[in-house]
Design a protein around this ligand. Structure first.
Ligand code: GLA
Length: 681
């Protein structure tokens, strides 16, 4: 086995300064005989692959029986990859314990809310609360780290896979109680925080508390919120234990795990500082008409989690997935656009699940860079072409996307807002976040996602589509931003609750009402037929017509100008859209989910007031076009089916085609350009 002296703690940027954009995917050599490995390595080199993730699902192969490790095959694989100049992101195989663990220790298996213990034999069969699972996972992670910390192929570590497990069993209950003691201190404080006086839920002792299992009727929303927080924390503990073991073994490479975008079980603001580089898995559904802006939102989240640093697109499909009810393949153009979009929004690694398509197992029909049919295929040609594109993008490595718009999002707010028993179940946090973000995506305006309470001084416009929990730090940061000259737009049903999901009493939004100059007293679900809004003359940029749906709020202007009112229905005559100047800035408030015309009119006002513009002169980009400035490079992507015309400032060169470009240009359907100024070369 090849060895080298350990390097000082490395950063992901060390890897990309050496390799350029990382390009590759999950590699599962344990599924193939040794003869295939050699062919794999050669084909990888030909395709421009420079990074592969190895070991994700190899626990049963590495530890066929408890404590009986077999690393010989992995030594060989790592040496082979290294000999071919391919770097390895080495995974701890802990997402999929071998059946023996569940058989010998059934308590390691998760229990669902109905009390059913899930069987071993698929994957993800562990509970993050299980002491035995954690010890076994740590043992194999430690053994691997000791063995491979100094292996020259290993350039990154990958802990587990897609953390997102939940367990309602007895061990989780005991663990949850310890977490609750830590959070609330005494049982009286917990009773207070959870409002257990309602429905006679008062607990005498922490030992009486269970996870929110299947109950006869609705669960206490505060209990649910705390259990979600606990679950994210327990998963994070599993990650952190293995990461620390890897470091303790002397490994100096960056350690990460693959997030799953807005996945509901992990609060990624809590996780972000735990990883050395943010990594994400993205499987956008191209059957959805809003897919391109929706995935841009996820990518903006990934960049924001890492404070703007480049991130890793750890997994995506090169063509079809196999887990949707109906799986559409991707065209070569689509596969290229998906990858370029991630680079545009800050990714410095473009990887896939997986390198070689599995012949057996549940994912035998999931596409791979190298399909069942072999190298003489369209898909493999797409793989090679992408590898070549990535090499051309070396000048982009390390570049940052500068955003002057912040969009507030956080998991506890989303969790608490979506508990049942509210004015309407039709208001979905993520849907509203995506709608608002889409309006900026269509304008070519970069957006950072920001956690409530974070400093906003770097932003000129701040958007709060739907943040249910607003605490004093978040309110203070919003006020400071507006007083300092920022535009703030707050959407309905924001600032409703405290950190324990208790409703803040008084006219709403309690902590923001002075700032927005408007206050409310009643939230109501709106009828299916949209409620028309009447525009006031004070609103210079009012749309001709606008409507409200889903949810409205009975508001009273307390200093704000009224821009639009409900024209009929339960809220007839009440303000629906308002504007309030405070200090150097302005705050808009939406007292309803308003139609796109009204939303974009408000957002345009807010952007104009704070002088935020897109990266191209067009106010709204042609349909389907995405434009992003990353460092010195201007990315132009045409996601649509029609050719589009754009005017780019200055004389530029396209890194992808090497062509010179100036002034007005045509972007064919599915085409992309990455333009740098000619004099900047
Ligand atoms: C996830 C997993 C992979 C694989 C792919 C298939 O991203 O991490 O192991 O199952 O999905 O889409």
């Amino acid at each position: 086995m090849a060895t080298a002296t350990p390097r000082p703690l490395g950063a992901f940027s060390d890897l990309t300064s050496e390799l350029g954009i990382c390009f590759g995917g999950d590699y599962n050599p344990e599924q193939w005989p040794r003869e295939v490995w050699q062919e794999d390595a050669e084909l990888m080199v030909g395709a421009g692959v420079n990074l592969v993730t190895v070991g994700v699902f190899s626990w049963a192969r590495l530890e066929p029986s408890p404590g009986d490790y077999d690393f010989a095959w992995l030594d060989e694989v790592l040496d082979l990859l290294h000999a071919h100049g391919i770097a390895v992101d080495l995974a701890t195989p802990t997402a999929s314990p071998p059946p023996w663990l569940g058989i010998l220790h059934p308590e390691t298996l998760p229990v669902n809310p109905d009390g059913v213990r899930l069987a071993a034999g698929s994957r993800n069969q562990f509970t993050p609360a299980s002491q035995v699972y954690r010890e076994r996972a740590l043992a194999i992670a430690t053994a691997m780290a000791k063995r491979y910390a100094a292996h020259p192929a290993v350039r990154m570590w990958h802990v587990g896979n897609e953390f997102g497990q939940i367990d309602f069993g007895d061990e989780a209950a005991r663990d949850f109680r310890l977490w609750l003691r830590e959070r609330h201190g005494t049982i009286d404080a917990l009773n207070d925080a959870w409002g257990t006086v309602v429905w006679a839920q008062r607990y005498r002792d922490f030992d009486e508390i269970v996870p929110p299992r299947r109950m006869p009727y609705l669960v206490n929303p505060a209990q649910s919120l705390d259990f979600r927080r606990y679950t994210s924390w327990a998963l994070q503990r599993v990650f952190a234990e293995q990461r620390d073991a890897i470091r303790a073994a002397g490994a100096a490479q960056p350690v990460t795990t693959n997030f799953m975008g807005f996945e509901p079980l992990t609060d990624l603001w809590e996780w972000a500082d735990e990883v050395d580089v943010v990594a994400d898995d993205q499987y956008p559904d191209h059957a959805s008409p809003t897919v391109s802006s929706d995935i841009a939102l996820v990518q903006d989240l990934m960049r924001s989690l890492g404070d703007g640093r480049p991130w890793v697109l750890m997994e995506q499909a090169i063509s079809a997935t196999s887990w949707r009810p109906h799986n559409l393949p991707k065209s070569a153009e689509r596969a290229r656009l998906d990858s370029l979009q991630a680079v545009a929004r800050g990714a410095d690694a473009i990887c896939f699940f997986q390198w070689r398509q599995a012949r057996t197992g549940a994912e035998r029909f999931h596409s791979a860079m190298l399909p069942h049919a072999g190298a003489d295929t369209e898909v493999f040609r797409t793989t090679c072409a992408l590898g070549a594109d990535m090499r051309r993008l070396r000048p982009v490595v390390g570049g940052r996307v500068a955003a002057s718009v912040a969009l507030l999002f956080d998991w506890p707010s989303r969790w608490a807002a979506e508990e049942p028993g509210r004015p309407t179940e039709r208001l979905r946090t993520l849907e509203q976040v995506a709608r608002w973000h889409r309006a900026l995506w269509r304008r070519g305006i970069a957006v950072d996602l920001v956690r409530p309470g974070a400093d906003l001084s770097a932003y000129r416009t701040v958007l709060v589509p739907h943040t249910y929990i607003v605490e004093t730090d978040a309110a203070a940061a919003l006020r400071a931003a507006v007083e300092g000259g920022a535009s703030l737009v707050v959407g309905p049903f924001s600032g409703v609750a405290d950190g324990n999901a208790g409703i803040l009493t008084g006219r709403s939004p309690v902590l923001l009402r002075d700032l927005v100059g408007v206050s409310g007293e009643e939230w109501v679900g709106l009828p299916d037929a949209p409620t028309p809004l009447a525009m006031e003359s004070a609103w210079e940029a009012a749309p001709d017509t606008a409507e409200a749906t889903v949810l409205g709020e009975r508001l009273r202007a307390d200093g704000a100008e009224v821009l639009a009112r409900f024209a009929s229905g339960h809220l007839a005559g009440a303000p629906a859209i308002t504007r309030h100047r405070v200090g150097e800035g302005t705050a808009w408030y939406l007292g309803a989910v308003v139609s796109d015309d009204a939303l974009t009119a408000v957002l345009d006002d807010a952007l104009d007031a704070s002088e935020v513009t897109g990266v191209l002169p067009d106010r709204v980009l042609p349909d389907g076009v995405e434009a992003v400035q990353r460092g010195a490079a201007l990315f132009l992507l045409n996601h649509g089916d029609e050719p589009r015309h754009l005017t780019v400032p200055g004389a530029r060169r396209d890194l992808l085609s090497d062509a010179d470009v100036e002034g007005r240009l045509e972007l064919a359907p599915g085409a992309a350009m990455v333009l740098i100024e000619r004099h900047a070369e």
